[in-house]
Design a protein around this ligand. Structure first.
Ligand code: ATP
Ligand code: MG
Length: 569
């Protein structure tokens, strides 16, 4: 490809709208442009990167017994009503009506439509297992579309669905997909980690996420250095932390303390000269129609996913100030569990062990000191509601946990019979008995992977593509396009490398070399070959890898060989 014939509109400055590096660089380096919030155009170089990502995925899916199909993006509401997800998906679903006023959605995922297909086509055990996949646009009206390709509202996903006779069959499919994912992310050249995950709205009972490790990742990963344990912080179980630090003491008598203008835990700990570990935070949530209270230690952060597991609901958000006042008769900064009536009160496991704690008195401006659970307030149960913290014991081996950040690029789920039950997808076994089909689903964010690759591979000058997904392998830069000799050598090399199957861009623009070098670094070509005076006089080509600071001079005669050897390594 010649630079003058392609379309890579690079920008000199960073667009203000882009907050994170992958978004900034993909815009600046001429890969993407915004169509609307969370909706992007993929320009020619991005298209090549995405195609390479897809080709690797296809190859591994096919090897694992996957069959590629293309399912409808536009899906009828009836199927979603059958599984109950027409309502569960809420505002995240893009909905539309046809001319007859019938409801449709743009597929955020494809369990419904594919299970409908299978219930119509599969009737015998002889037709199973079946593993069908597609690579296609998905539509989710995300609450906060942001970070460019990272969280789009229209994005490309690979999704595979497995259909097996029984749990053993599903275990085989799951393992095949898990292994295929390891191969895929290894072939992308990314540093990643599979972690135990929550199965969320999709449902099911086992799940792993594949995380690309990166500072800007939205996900927190809890992992152990001494064993294999790694989990999304959303589900990492927490016990009672730092119990060794708690000094045993007798239950004292509860007392009311005058605490004017004290509303936050920090103000309270300062005012009373106590540790925030001694405080009980009382949080009020609106869980669909019901208000619930959750108690957690003052120094901890609440994990709402865990709350939703204990108190299942579609929508969990902080209750309004008015609601809290209605229930407690008091302003938010002074609320507490003592005397709470008529609503479920759940407490974190650590609350149980707190002796002589401090909490709001449900009266302005007072707090209560020497509060003890059981004696002074009632709870509906003690559960694990908090986020793990670094240094806590590993739930598998007891060693210390660490926390790092990652970008979720893929997820695999064991669905079991959730969708086959809802949609009545069954088969007849060897004995003519009817059984439910056992399912799994397996997604990879194709466009998010592109962003994650940049997030993990860049420097001050631009993108550093891993070779397997770079848009091109090599850029050839003639120092002067006006110099006949420079151009002759460049053209010859361009032809030779291209013939050898190497993907080359010839930067034949009539620009200063500095401009071309800057663009080459920004775009992220893995190999740069520069043709100048020395090439003409001594037959030497400047050979520079994007990953290295210094360059080498290599004789023209062995350039192709050098490039090919590097590509192979
Ligand atoms: P998240 O928790 O980040 O919202 P998810 O768990 O809802 O994602 P899945 O339903 O598991 O996503 O989808 C499979 C893959 O699709 C994800 O692992 C991710 O790589 C990608 N993906 C999901 N949502 C988006 C999005 N809004 N933009 C780009 N890629 C996405
Ligand atoms: Mg997911």
């Amino acid at each position: 490809m010649r630079m003058t014939e392609t379309f890579v509109p690079t920008l000199r400055s960073t667009p203000a709208e882009a907050e994170i590096i992958s978004h900034q660089l993909l815009l600046r380096a001429g890969y993407i442009r915004k169509g609307a919030a969370g909706v992007y155009t993929y320009l020619p170089f991005a298209h090549r990167v995405l195609r390479k990502i897809q080709d690797i995925i296809r190859d591994e899916m096919n090897k694992a017994g996957g069959l590629e199909v293309l399912l409808p993006i536009m899906q009828p509401a009836e199927l979603w009503l059958e599984t109950g997800r027409w309502h569960v998906y809420g505002d995240e679903m893009f909905r539309l009506k046809d001319r007859h006023n019938r409801d449709f959605c743009l597929g955020p995922t494809h369990e419904e439509i594919i299970t409908d297909l299978i219930r119509g086509e599969v009737s015998s055990y002889r037709q199973l297992p079946l593993r069908l996949y597609q690579i296609q646009n998905k539509y989710r009206d995300e609450r906060r579309p942001r970070f460019g390709l990272m969280r789009g509202r229209e994005f490309i996903m690979k999704d595979l669905y497995s259909f097996d006779k029984d749990e053993e069959g599903l275990a085989v499919s799951y393992k095949k997909m898990y292994d295929a994912y390891i191969n895929i992310f290894t072939r992308f050249g990314l540093e990643f980690r599979p972690v135990e995950a929550d199965s969320g709205a999709i449902g099911g009972d086992a799940s792993h996420e594949f995380m690309v490790l990166a500072e800007n990742g939205e996900a927190s990963i809890v992992y152990c250095n001494d064993c294999e344990y790694a989990a999304n912080i959303e589900i990492a179980p927490c016990g009672i932390g730092d119990s060794d630090n708690i000094i045993p003491e007798d239950n004292k008598e509860m007392e009311k303390v005058h605490t004017p203008n004290i509303k936050t835990i920090e103000q309270l700990t300062g005012f009373m000269n106590i540790d925030s570990k001694k405080c009980i935070k009382t949080l009020f949530y609106q869980a669909d129609e019901q208000v619930i209270a959750v108690l957690i230690r003052g120094d901890r952060n609440i994990n709402e996913i865990k709350v939703q597991k204990v108190h299942p609901c579609y929508n969990l958000q902080f209750a309004s100030e008015e609601k809290v006042e209605e229930i407690t008769g008091c302003k938010i900064g002074f609320v507490g569990p003592v005397g709470l009536k008529n609503i479920p009160v759940y407490a974190d496991l650590e609350i149980k062990g707190l002796v002589n704690a401090i909490c709001g008195a449900n009266e302005v401006p007072y707090h209560l000191n020497n509060v003890n659970s059981e004696r002074d307030f009632r709870v509906n149960g003690y559960f694990d509601f908090r986020f793990a913290e670094p240094g806590e014991p590993c739930p598998k081996c007891g060693s210390h946990l660490e926390i790092t950040r990652g970008i979720e690029v893929g997820q695999v789920f064991k669905l079991g019979t959730k969708y086959s039950t809802a949609l009545n997808a069954t088969y007849l076994d060897e004995n003519g008995k009817e059984n439910l089909i056992v399912m799994g689903c397996y997604g990879i964010g194709v466009t998010r992977t592109m962003a994650a690759a940049v997030e993990q591979n860049y420097d001050d000058d631009g993108i550093i593509w891993p070779m397997s997904i770079a848009p091109y392998h090599v850029v050839i830069i003639p120092i002067s396009t006006k110099d006949k000799d420079h151009m002759e050598i460049s053209e010859k090399l361009y032809k030779e490398l291209t013939q050898q199957g190497i993907e080359v861009v010839l930067d034949d623009r009539n620009e200063r070399p500095g401009v071309k070098f800057k663009d080459a670094d920004l775009i992220g070509f893995p190999i740069r070959l520069t043709i100048g005076k020395k090439s003409v006089n001594e037959g030497l080509i400047e050979y520079k890898l994007r990953t290295e600071d210094s360059s080498k001079e290599i004789p023209l005669s062995i350039i192709a060989e050098t490039v090919i050897n590097y590509l192979r390594s």
